[in-house]
Write a protein that binds this ligand. Structure first.
Ligand SMILES: [Zn+2]
Length: 135
């Protein structure tokens, strides 16, 4: 699959390590060493205790579908890239990630279904983490 026609993310100094890791098929989370919270999306300060004692942690890349929807029609979208399945995936580490599920029939997607991360190359120096159903 290709990422187009979706736009590429904006890389900031705060999120650069996250996006650089995606080029190596690694999904990173932030871990606060002050209060032990693991969170997503990447931020330099803990969203719970506001500490800046934050380190990068590689995620296992597995989780379950928390919520999902699918659309069969997107304006000016290539037909071969439809349907688009949008989901919240709850990672094994706890954080929920808004993402796409790929290579699946929307009818096979269910809350609680196990999923695993995969990466879509973009032609830029970063890849996009998405998820696919696993057995
Ligand atoms: Zn914290």
């Amino acid at each position: 699959m290709t990422w187009e026609p979706r736009p590429l993310p904006s890389v900031t100094p705060e999120t650069a390590p996250y996006w650089e890791a995606t080029a190596d098929d690694q999904l990173l989370l932030c871990h606060c060493t002050a209060c032990d919270l693991t969170y997503y999306y990447p931020r330099s300060r803990c969203p719970d205790c506001l500490s800046d004692a934050v380190e990068w942690q590689e995620a296992a890349g597995t989780g379950v579908v928390y919520s999902h929807t699918a659309t069969e029609l997107v304006s000016e979208w290539p037909e071969e890239a439809l349907p688009v399945v949008v989901a919240y995936v709850e990672l094994d580490e706890g954080p929920r990630v808004l993402t796409n599920l790929v290579d699946c029939d929307p009818a096979d997607v269910a809350v609680g279904a196990p999923v695993e991360v995969t990466f879509v190359e973009t032609g830029a120096d970063l890849s996009i983490p998405v998820f696919e159903l696993r057995e």
